[in-house]
Design a protein around this ligand. Structure first.
Ligand code: ATP
Ligand code: FE
Length: 337
């Protein structure tokens, strides 16, 4: 079966073609327009999706060497995300499915970040149920107990900022361009993670909080810059390493707690921050020291991409879980609802 998948929840327009569990093509058009504003501007994102969607879908089909008449179903991101962005992908998917007279499949973007692990790829193992998923992205930070493909339970989540936001906002305070996460990662690799200690938040249970860290970085940068105007540029590597270290400690502490509480030692991560080299090596380390089994997606399946939407589309296709033409985009769409 060939599935065409479309993702347009935020600022990446993406289309993928899957043959069963294999990704044949996964085209992503990243919108550069938002850089100059230091964050995603919803109205501009929606307009850029409108411009990108037809060429991106064409490219995905061409790369896969598939004609649209060969498609078995169309999968699309229904939510969560920016309403104006979601509307573009949703309307496009609905009309194409109608025109081709094939099933339409709606996909929850956060479930897709988790189920991306079921894409068939060399060097990527597939977790067995039940496992714990930690979704770490630009809009979410959750620990999820995954009992089955479509039976998931959120055990904890952030009470304020998402971890990706914590990376991006800290980067902004250091004068780095948006999105700062990958740059913090890059500088951190050459810095001393113990150079500047930042406090960890005290949050009970499996919930997270990142807004306090952002504030302490702000005060730290202001205080040091008053003493030395070039403090940030002179110490960028050490600051990035210290910020990243604090974030990773917060994530690892909660994972340990989740494992203690559930007895499940299989961990899968997903979402844009799963691309972070620090979290990847911390998890590999935990395999050795703690006996965990960890699953880390290929880089291209971490940040937003239609490949992950396609695998969920395929899994739903097998179960006959189709959407009808009345289906509407859903800006707030919780896992398992
Ligand atoms: P959501 O999935 O919650 O709707 P989103 O789709 O906007 O949010 P993703 O595309 O999954 O988010 O992830 C983007 C985030 O990942 C950004 O905050 C970005 O800075 C962060 N990110 C990407 N690469 C890295 C990295 N190497 N280190 C740290 N953060 C990173
Ligand atoms: Fe995402």
């Amino acid at each position: 079966n060939y599935i065409l998948a479309i993702e347009s929840s935020c600022d990446d327009t993406s289309a993928a073609v899957l043959c069963n569990t294999k990704v044949l093509s996964n085209v992503v058009a990243t919108q550069e327009i938002h850089k100059q504003y230091g964050g995603v501007v919803p109205e501009l994102a929606s307009r850029a999706h409108q411009q990108n969607i037809v060429p991106v879908v064409h490219q995905a089909l061409a790369k896969a060497n598939i004609d649209k008449k060969q498609l078995s179903a169309i999968a699309f991101t229904r939510g969560p995300g920016l309403m104006g962005s979601l509307l573009v992908g949703t309307s496009f998917a609905k009309s194409l499915a109608l025109g081709l007279n094939i099933p339409l499949i709606e996909v929850n973007h956060m479930e897709a970040h988790i189920l991306a692990h079921f894409i068939e790829e060399e060097d990527m193992g597939t977790p067995e149920f039940p496992f714990l998923a930690m979704t770490i992205s630009g809009g979410h930070t959750q620990i999820v107990r995954v009992n089955d493909y479509f039976n998931m339970e959120v055990l904890g989540e952030t009470l304020d900022d998402a971890v990706g936001e914590a990376f991006d906002k800290s980067a902004k305070l250091m004068g780095l361009p948006y999105p700062g996460g990958p740059l913090v990662d890059k500088y951190a690799q050459e810095g001393n993670p113990k150079a500047f200690p930042f406090p960890k938040p005290k949050v009970d249970g499996l919930n997270f909080s990142f807004s306090g860290l952002k504030t302490s970085i702000l005060y730290f940068v202001q205080r040091e810059t008053r003493k030395n105007p070039d403090f940030v540029s002179e110490n960028i590597k050490d600051i990035c390493a210290s910020v990243q270290h604090t974030i990773l400690e917060i994530l690892m502490d909660k994972l340990k707690l989740a494992i203690n509480q559930t007895g499940i030692k299989q961990i899968a991560i997903g979402g844009g921050v799963a691309a972070n080299s620090g979290i990847r090596s911390r998890l590999k380390e935990a395999e050795q020291t703690m006996g965990w089994t960890t699953y880390i997606p290929k880089f291209s399946y971490c940040t937003d991409n239609a490949g992950m939407i396609g695998i969920v589309g395929y899994l739903k296709f097998l179960e006959g879980k189709f959407a009808d033409q009345k289906v509407a985009a859903k800006a707030r769409y919780t896992i398992g609802s």
